[in-house]
Design a protein around this ligand. Structure first.
Ligand SMILES: Cc1cc2nc3c(=O)[nH]c(=O)nc-3n(C[C@H](O)[C@H](O)[C@H](O)COP(=O)(O)OP(=O)(O)OC[C@H]3O[C@@H](n4cnc5c(N)ncnc54)[C@H](O)[C@@H]3O)c2cc1C
Length: 483
C-alpha cells in the first residue's frame, strides 16, 4: 500500500475487494454490487464519491476483523452512521470500504442511579432520550436531525443542538468509548466516571470525524429532565433587533436552555411546510426556552419578555401547553427540510462568531447573497453565535452553479474566522472545509494535529481526505488569508 501526500493511492479495490470481504465476514454483511452501493455515495452535504464495498457489522469483533484486513491490504475505511452529516464526513473520497452501523443499534444498558447509558454507535439520538424518558432522564445533545442521526455520528462530529447552549455539546455528555483502531486493536477510553487520569483521550476522540478510529460503544451521561419549561416566541421588525436581543438576554445574566433565530425567508418556508405559528411579517424571530426548577421560571420568563419588548418585539407569545411548545419546536427542527419549499437544493454553512458580532456578520451574509445572486435563508443557534446560512440553489443547473454557491459559502465562513470565530460550530470540517483549514490554523497548528493523526492512524487509512487539506484538491482555493 502507498500513501501519497494527497491521500491513499493504491491497495485492494473494486470487485476483488468485495469478494475478499465476503470471504472474511460472510455474504450477509457485505454489499459490493454497484446498485447496492449507490446510496452510500451521499450524505447530507453536496459532494459525492463511491465506495468499493459496504460492510454492515453485527459486533465489535466484525469491526476489528475488518479494520485489520483493511490495514493489511491498504484499503481506506470510512465509518457511517445515518449519513445526515453536513460536511461530507461519511463520503469515501478515496473509495475503499464504508462501514455502516445500521445493525449495531442497541441500547446495551441504562444505569439509572449512575446516570449513564451504554449504547452501540448506530443508536438513533432521539431513541436514546425516548428510552430513558420513563426514568425522568434524557440525553442532552439534540441536533435538529435527532430523529435520524446516530450516537456514533454525534461523537464523531461533537454535535450540538438547540438545547446545548446551557448544557454543553456531545463532548460534555460522553464519559467512555470503545474504539477499534486502524490496525484492528480494540481499546477502551475513559469509563463511567467523569474524571479520568492520564491524557483525556475521550475528549480528543470526540469530534475527530472518524479520522482516528471507529467507535463501537459509547458510554453517555444522562441528565434529569427539567421540572418545567417556558418557551417564548418573539418576532422583531428586523434581524438587527433580534440579534441585539440575544446579546441583551445573555448580558442580563440569563443563560436560557436555547436561543434560536430565524430570518423572514426561513420563516416563510417553515410556515408553508410546518405551520408552526411563526409571524410571517417579522424580519427576524427568536425562539427562547428557559428550563429548570419550576420555582423562579416565571420570573425568568418575565425578564426575557421585558428584554424582548425593550428591543422592539412586535410579537411575543409563550407556549401555553406541551402541544404548543412542540409545535413551536417542530418549526425550528423542520426548518432545513422546509427549504424544499423555496428551492430544489440548499448548501448550509456552519460558521461560529462571537455573539456580539451577529448584526454585522448577518449583514455580510446578505451582501454575499446579493453579490452572487443567490437567496440565503438563516436559521441558527443564536445563543452560541453558531450561524447556519442556507444558500438556496438548483443543483440541476450544473457544476458551475454549485461551485459559485460553494464560493459564496467560503466568503461567509472566512468572514466568521476573521471576526474571531471558527470554521465550524457543529457540522465538522469533513471534505467540505478541509481546504479552508489554513485560514484558521497556522502551519504549526496543523502540523501538531497531523502528528496526532499519525499516532493513531500511521497508514492514513481512517477516513482519508477529511479534516486536513489535501494538496491536489485544495490548490484552487483562495488561501490568501493564511496566518
Ligand atoms: C436537517 C439536519 C439538521 C441538522 N441539525 C444539526 C444540529 O442541530 N446540530 C448538529 O450538530 N448537527 C446537525 N446536523 C448534522 C448531522 O446530523 C450531525 O453531524 C450528526 O451527528 C451526524 O450523525 P450521522 O449518524 O448521520 O453521521 P454520518 O453523517 O453518517 O457521519 C458523520 C461523521 O461521523 C463519522 N462516524 C459515524 N459513525 C462513526 C463511528 N461509529 N465511529 C467513528 N466515526 C463515525 C463519519 O465517518 C463522518 O465523518 C443536521 C443535519 C441535518 C440533515
Amino acid at each position: 500500500m502507498t500513501v501519497a501526500a494527497g491521500g491513499v493511492t493504491a491497495g485492494l479495490r473494486g470487485e476483488e475487494l468485495g469478494r475478499r470481504l465476503v470471504g472474511l465476514l460472510g455474504e450477509d454483511k457485505v454489499l459490493w454490487k454497484r446498485h447496492d452501493l449507490l446510496l452510500y455515495e451521499y450524505d447530507g452535504a453536496v459532494d459525492t464519491a463511491a465506495p468499493d464495498a459496504v460492510v454492515l457489522p453485527n459486533e465489535t469483533a466484525d469491526v476489528a476483523k475488518l479494520a485489520r484486513f483493511c490495514w493489511d491490504h491498504g484499503v481506506p475505511l470510512v465509518p457511517r452512521g445515518a449519513g445526515t452529516g453536513l460536511s461530507g464526513g461519511a463520503i469515501p473520497v478515496f473509495g475503499g470500504v464504508v462501514i455502516s452501523f445500521a445493525r449495531m443499534a442497541r441500547i446495551l444498558e441504562i444505569d439509572v442511579p449512575g446516570l449513564r447509558a451504554v449504547v452501540q454507535p448506530g443508536v438513533i439520538n432521539l431513541h436514546l432520550s425516548t428510552a430513558v424518558a420513563p426514568y425522568g432522564l434524557y440525553f442532552v445533545p439534540d441536533p435538529s436531525s435527532q430523529k435520524a442521526c446516530t450516537l456514533g455520528g454525534n461523537v464523531a462530529e461533537n454535535s450540538g443542538g438547540p438545547h446545548t447552549l446551557a448544557y454543553g455539546v456531545t463532548t460534555n455528555h460522553v464519559t467512555g468509548l470503545e474504539v477499534v483502531l486502524a490496525d484492528g486493536t480494540v481499546v477502551r477510553l475513559g469509563g463511567r466516571a467523569w474524571e479520568q487520569s492520564g491524557y483525556d483521550l475521550v475528549g480528543l476522540f470526540v469530534g475527530s470525524e472518524g479520522t482516528l478510529g471507529i467507535v463501537t460503544e459509547v458510554t453517555v451521561k444522562l441528565t434529569p429532565l427539567p421540572e418545567d419549561k417556558r418557551t417564548i416566541l418573539a418576532g422583531f421588525p428586523t434581524m438587527d433587533q433580534a440579534s441585539e436581543t440575544v446579546s441583551a438576554i445573555i448580558a442580563a445574566g440569563i443563560v436560557p436552555a436555547a436561543i434560536e433565530m430565524m430570518d423572514a425567508l426561513a420563516t416563510e418556508a417553515v410556515e408553508s411546510a410546518v405551520h408552526a405559528g411563526y409571524p410571517r411579517d417579522a424580519g427576524g424571530i427568536l425562539l427562547v426556552e428557559a428550563d429548570g426548577l419550576r420555582d423562579g421560571l416565571d420570573e425568568q420568563r418575565e425578564r426575557i419578555e421585558a428584554i424582548c419588548r425593550a428591543q422592539g418585539a412586535t410579537t411575543l407569545r409563550v407556549a401555553g401547553s406541551a402541544l404548543e411548545r412542540e409545535r413551536l419546536w417542530a418549526g425550528r427542527k423542520g426548518a432545513f427540510a422546509a427549504m424544499g419549499r423555496l428551492a430544489p437544493d440548499y448548501y448550509v454553512q456552519d460558521g461560529v462568531i462571537p455573539r456580539t458580532r451577529l448584526p454585522e456578520i448577518l449583514r455580510h451574509v446578505r451582501e454575499v447573497g446579493e453579490r452572487y445572486g443567490v437567496r440565503i435563508a438563516n436559521v441558527f443557534h443564536a445563543g452560541d453565535g453558531n450561524l447556519h446560512p442556507l444558500i438556496l440553489f438548483d443543483g440541476s443547473a450544473g457544476e458551475a452553479v454549485l461551485e459559485q454557491v460553494k464560493q459564496a459559502g467560503f466568503e461567509i465562513v472566512a468572514a466568521c474566522v476573521e471576526a474571531g470565530g471558527s470554521l465550524t460550530g457543529e457540522h465538522g470540517i469533513g471534505m467540505e472545509k478541509n481546504c479552508y483549514m489554513p485560514i484558521q490554523f497556522s502551519a504549526n497548528d496543523l502540523a501538531v494535529m497531523q502528528r496526532v493523526k499519525r499516532a493513531w492512524d500511521p497508514a492514513g487509512l481512517m477516513n482519508p481526505g477529511k479534516l486536513f487539506p489535501t494538496p491536489g484538491r485544495c490548490r484552487e482555493y483562495d488561501l490568501g488569508r493564511r496566518r
